[in-house]
Design a protein around this ligand. Structure first.
Ligand SMILES: [Zn+2]
Length: 387
């Protein structure tokens, strides 16, 4: 019996330049200050996490199950559908400096040439979505860097330069038959940039599951629910710190999946951050590699049920160099329907930490968000794509 299509047609975007984006010497988040005793070290958004994912995919043999998609730089037109000229010029000029610069908030360093790498990341996701739109593949993972979901139309922030997911969405709406698009953001931080860019339109549904009041501060509450014609089309589930496997499963079952069912998208995009893992330094959530695989399977089932299996995952955050590769492997195993045998070697340690039952304060937040799902209308009048 032939396998379902998504088992054999999963795309994968990666390029060595993605790990050459230089976030420079830091003390985690802040610039070093040796005189004040702040030692130089690595920035949290460090290339190794991404490089180790790619290498584990290769060593485990999973890479053999993926269709390689070659990235190309996003064009001025494509980036300009989302970002202001001022922001694009800011990134370009900072990137021309030999010493690099910052994308906008003082915590998003970039190195010499990072502008071109950011264009390649956005263009890589465009190529993945295009291949899905053409039916060459049904699903895929873009292991791109720098990440994008915090970037707004006019500013970079939170390690993000350009909003890769938003750029790919506006390209899809302008140049393919994929017009009604849902974003599920599972990064531990709020997908504020993507939400802001599509806040006033029902053409894009944004759903963000994140740690409450983590980053950006005071962002991602359930009261942020879209405005104007987009009222009801931004959903937030601000999960309390310490939420584990069962809390996330409840949020998926009560909010994300019912919202997708009501919305009936043409394609699902996932802002995939592995910083909700139990070992992440920049989040306090409790997901395991196994949980990431389960979440992916649920999203894949939704894509199969609603939009011919069309789903694209874009890499966002994830800052534990040791654990993130196993979260990514579990995700890619789920996406391809394969098992490599390279199972999470830390599973026996972390499973007990992450297995708390759904707790009342977590349930209350999810239930509050779930009440907003009914604001999503299954059918909306067709609106012309922007360009
Ligand atoms: Zn994040």
């Amino acid at each position: 019996m032939p396998p379902p299509t998504h088992l054999t047609e999963t795309g994968y975007v990666y390029h060595p330049l993605f790990v050459w984006h230089d976030t420079r010497t830091h003390a985690g988040l802040i610039p070093p200050h040796p005189v004040a005793g702040v030692q130089p070290g690595a920035h949290y958004e460090h290339p190794d996490t991404k490089r180790r994912i790619h290498e584990l995919l290769e060593v485990s043999g999973l890479l053999d199950h993926l269709v390689r998609i070659t990235p190309r730089p996003a064009t001025d037109l494509e980036v300009g559908r989302v970002h202001t000229r001022r922001h694009v010029e800011h990134i370009r000029s900072q990137s021309l400096r030999a010493e690099g610069g910052d994308a906008g908030d003082g915590h998003s360093p970039l190195g010499h040439g990072s502008y071109d790498i950011a264009l390649l990341a956005a263009g890589g996701l465009i190529e993945l979505v295009d291949a899905i739109a053409r039916g060459e593949i049904t699903s895929g993972y873009a292991l791109i860097r720098p990440p994008g979901h915090h970037a707004t139309a006019d500013a970079g922030m939170g390690f993000c330069l350009f909003n890769n997911v938003a750029i790919a969405i506006q390209h899809a709406r302008a140049a393919t038959d994929l017009r009604r698009i849902a974003v599920v953001d599972i990064d531990v931080h709020h997908g504020n940039g993507t939400q802001a860019i599509f806040y006033d339109t029902p053409d894009v549904l944004t759903i963000s599951l994140h740690q409450a009041n983590c980053f950006p501060p005071n962002s991602g509450w359930t009261t942020e629910n879209g405005s104007g014609a987009g009222a009801g089309y931004a959903l937030n589930v601000p999960l309390p710190p310490g939420t584990g496997v069962h809390g996330y499963r409840y949020a998926m079952d009560q909010v994300a999946l019912p919202a997708l069912d009501r919305y009936q998208p043409d394609v699902i995009l996932v802002s995939c951050g592995f910083d909700a893992s139990v070992l992440d330094p920049l989040g306090r959530q409790m997901l395991t590699a196994t949980a990431y695989g389960d979440i992916t399977r649920h999203l894949l089932d939704a894509a199969d049920r609603l939009c011919g299996g069309r789903i694209a995952l874009a890499h966002e955050g994830g800052y534990s160099p040791d654990y993130v590769p196993f979260c990514a492997l579990a995700t890619l195993e789920a996406l391809t329907g394969t098992t490599t045998g390279n199972t999470d070697p830390l599973a026996h340690i972390v499973a007990g930490w992450a297995n708390d039952p759904l707790l009342p304060h977590q349930k209350a937040v999810v239930d509050e968000a779930a009440r907003l799902v009914e604001r999503i209308r299954t059918a909306t009048p067709a609106t012309p794509a922007t360009s």
